[in-house]
Design a protein around this ligand. Structure first.
Ligand SMILES: [Zn+2]
Length: 176
């Protein structure tokens, strides 16, 4: 992803079709000020949250365009019958996550948030780091899933998945 500063982020958000209240509540500095140039370069997907940390916008950039998608996240997946934490595989990066580290996300298709699409996902939305094997979760996942992929193959798979998500959402929230 191209690195964004606060001014560029605000411009991006100003042009996106978002509820005014969500625009006001986004905490770009809290979410992104620690990021190095390398972190930006290695981010295909980046959540910018509000104060609660459970909703915000997801920036997606599998290629050259940035897509801004409002989302809500709930963390932790429990089995409906037993109530126990249930592991999942992230729909974006295919990382195995224990139930307590798992999440479910709903991506909103439009400003009125009448249409949304749900996915199972990493509770931290750090998918770009997981596919680069930079996290404990990625190592735990390698032990759980029998996959013999390089980081580069995982990155390509994540990008492909994000392209698919963008196509499915039929997004017009685009900026070049
Ligand atoms: Zn993930």
């Amino acid at each position: 992803m191209k690195a964004l500063n606060l001014e560029q982020f605000n411009q991006l958000i100003a042009e996106a079709q978002l509820k005014p209240r969500l625009k006001r509540e986004l905490r770009f500095i809290n979410n992104a000020s620690h990021m190095t140039a390398e972190d930006w370069h290695e981010a295909e997907l980046l959540p910018i949250t509000d104060r609660t940390g459970n909703k915000g916008v997801l920036l997606l950039m599998p290629d050259d365009d940035i897509y801004v998608i409002p989302y809500e996240l709930s963390k932790g997946i429990a089995n409906r019958q037993t109530g126990r934490a249930q592991p999942i595989i992230c729909d974006f990066c295919r990382t195995w996550q224990s139930g307590s580290s798992a999440g479910s996300i709903s991506l909103q298709k439009d400003k009125q948030s009448l249409n949304s699409v749900g996915f199972l996902c990493c509770g931290d939305l750090a998918c770009s780091q997981h596919v680069r094997s930079k996290t404990n979760a990625s190592h735990a996942s390698r032990a759980q899933l029998r996959e013999n992929l390089t980081n580069e193959q995982r990155i390509e798979r994540l990008k492909g998945r994000l392209r698919q998500v963008i196509a499915d959402l039929d997004l017009n929230l685009i900026r070049h």
